[in-house]
Design a protein around this ligand. Structure first.
Ligand code: MG
Length: 261
């Protein structure tokens, strides 16, 4: 009897530990709000790692000649990335004087670091293009031996389904678009939602629901301390932010369950 009680206590302890796991920080487009950095630059990736972020997010497009490059914008200096060669795109300089990196260059640097690489594939011009991009990404990551360091996100449901189909099983794949419920995400074997904070504020029960379904929760882009507290109180798994240092400070403060409600 006592042995059974003891075992129950141990199990309860570990169950509590996993459910109280602390919110992790993901730097949105790397840590770019600091000297010498720029959004989606290799410097921003290195700096996100240097301040101990769990992950560093970045955006990926495919050029006309089917090369993968890292940048947020569909049009760079008047040129549509999808209709321009990689050679021309990667000649462009970022605000920190770095050139726009190729995905290969980005991953090569990432491999030296500890931070997880949160790769967002932008919604491309057709499902066919997205499938090709996903195939190329998964193949490149595999050939570089980086499968355990990767997580994938996209607004495109087709791209999400392709990552789930082609990446190794258990690779985290999160959906960004906000229009699927936790149950629907579970059905397509998605790791969970990575939704705009407004979606969670409208559906606050989704965070608990995801936990019950074994899904993880990520939220973007949370830059104000009060909003960060709102999500930390609800035990969100990841917060994606332009202000990783602010989030570090907020996470050091004791929980105030009523704050921000
Ligand atoms: Mg992004």
């Amino acid at each position: 009897m006592m042995k059974k009680l003891f075992l129950t206590c141990i199990l309860f302890f570990f169950a509590c530990q996993t459910t109280t796991g602390q919110t992790q920080i993901i730097a949105h487009r790397g840590f770019w709000k600091t000297k010498g950095s720029a959004e989606n630059s290799i410097a921003a990736l290195v700096k996100a790692d240097s301040i101990g972020c769990y992950g560093s997010e970045f955006d990926v497009w495919m050029t006309k000649d089917e090369e993968l490059i890292v940048n947020h914008d569909p049009i760079i200096y008047g040129k549509s990335v999808q209709h321009t060669s990689a050679r021309r795109i990667t000649r462009t300089k970022l605000s920190n004087k770095e050139r726009i990196p190729t995905l290969k260059q980005y991953l090569l640097k990432g491999k030296e670091l500890k931070t997880k690489l949160i790769l967002e594939l932008k919604a491309l011009s057709s499902p066919k293009q997205e499938t090709l991009a996903v195939e190329k990404i998964v193949e490149m990551v595999k050939s570089m031996g980086m499968e355990d360091q990767m997580e994938y996100i996209s607004f495109s449901l087709h791209a999400i389904k392709e990552f789930i189909r082609l990446a190794p099983r258990n690779t985290p794949v999160f959906y960004l678009n906000g229009d699927l419920s936790p149950k629907e995400l579970k059905e397509i074997e998605c790791a969970g939602p990575d939704y705009h904070f407004g979606i969670y504020k409208k559906n606050p029960e989704w965070i608990t629901e995801c936990r019950e379904l074994g899904l993880k929760t990520n939220v973007w882009t949370v830059n104000k301390a009060n909003d960060m507290k709102w999500f930390i109180d609800r035990k969100i798994d990841f917060i994606t932010t332009n202000e990783p240092l602010v989030l570090q400070q907020v996470l050091l403060q004791p929980l105030h369950p009523e704050a921000g409600r």
